[in-house]
Ligand binder design. Structure first.
Ligand SMILES: Nc1ncnc2c1ncn2[C@@H]1O[C@H](COP(=O)(O)OP(=O)(O)OP(=O)(O)O)[C@@H](O)[C@H]1O
Length: 290
């Protein structure tokens, strides 16, 4: 199975949201990292066939997605960032409703709804009203609806935003479980969401693809660029203006800074093993959420 993005660009007026993107996906989980506005949602909406690229094409197993039309859309499960769930519906009723919209017969719908409810761990809550569910449970209902047509390509946009750490771990494990035999694309700006489950990480910046690598290779690339140094409170802002500074931890009278720098930033700075948070900081220089 092979999903190819061939020279795709997308413009909104004179704003370039995606700039000549080339990508290839096979079975497994891909994490899409990028700051706000980097083009993650635009890329996902193009792959989900919600919007068309301004130029370039998407191919599935060598066939043009536009020409495949509904055959392509049948391959897709899509969980947008903001999904409208019918609050007064029970989980079961909502999923049956979506199954009908997706063209499943009554018998097929019942069977499939049971299956996806079990998969996302909501079988015991099938009669619960969606509006009363926790954030994590709502997100699992969202995944369940995206799985109803047993999609080959599952696209989930910022699925863990607003979830507490326990729910995020549960969601991560769920994604891992359902990634067998599927291409799963998951966008986030929460680095730890994809650290352990992504086979490759794509880094988008200002609509351009700046990296696509395994997490291990990406980390290896910044091996000698992560440092910690102890500085006084007065020195912190100086370091922040000169370097990309991650964690700042109080250590008795001093502060320990985690610094990303090509060269040793302080005489006593110590080299550290990089993590994905460092990577994010290195590439995106932006807000870091772990
Ligand atoms: N329908 C639209 N009309 C005009 N501009 C748009 C539209 N959709 C996206 N953009 C712009 O394109 C750029 C990329 O947006 P996109 O939503 O793809 O980014 P993102 O990486 O998903 O960001 P976020 O994390 O905030 O969702 C942004 O500058 C955005 O303002």
């Amino acid at each position: 199975m092979n999903l190819t993005v061939d020279n795709v660009s997308k413009n909104f007026g004179n704003k370039t949201a995606l700039d000549h993107i080339n990508l290839e996906f096979t079975t497994g989980v891909y994490g899409i990292l990028g700051a706000n506005g980097s083009g993650k949602t635009t890329l996902m909406r193009i792959l989900a066939s919600v919007i068309k690229p301004s130029s370039g094409q998407v191919f599935f197993n060598g066939q043009d997605a536009v020409i495949m039309d509904h055959q392509y859309r049948e391959l897709i499960g899509y969980l947008p960032q903001h999904v409208g769930l019918y609050k007064n519906f029970t989980a079961e009723k909502f999923l049956k409703y979506v199954a009908t919209l997706k063209g499943l017969s009554k018998g097929e719908a019942q069977e499939k709804v049971d299956e996806v409810l079990a998969l996302v761990g909501l079988l015991d809550h099938r009669k619960g009203k969606v509006g009363k569910f926790s954030g994590g449970m709502k997100r699992r209902v969202g995944i369940a609806q995206a799985l109803l047509n047993d999609p080959r390509i599952l696209i989930v946009d910022e699925p863990t935003a607003g979830l507490d750490p326990k729910e995020r771990i549960r969601f991560r494990n769920l994604i891992s479980k359902i990634s067998t035999n599927r291409i799963v694309l998951l966008s986030t700006h929460i680095v730890s969401d994809i650290e352990f489950i992504a086979k490759e990480i794509l880094v988008l910046k200002d609509g351009r693809l700046i990296e696509k690598e395994t997490p291990q290779k990406l980390l290896k690339g910044i091996e000698d660029k992560v440092w910690t140094a102890f500085v006084s409170e007065a020195e912190i802002s100086n370091f922040q203006s000169k370097y990309k500074v991650g964690n700042i931890a109080r250590a008795q009278e001093k502060f320990q800074l985690r610094i990303i720098s090509d060269s040793k930033p302080h005489v006593d700075a110590k080299n550290e093993v990089p993590n994905l948070e460092d990577l994010y900081l290195y590439y995106l220089d932006g807000e870091v959420i772990v």
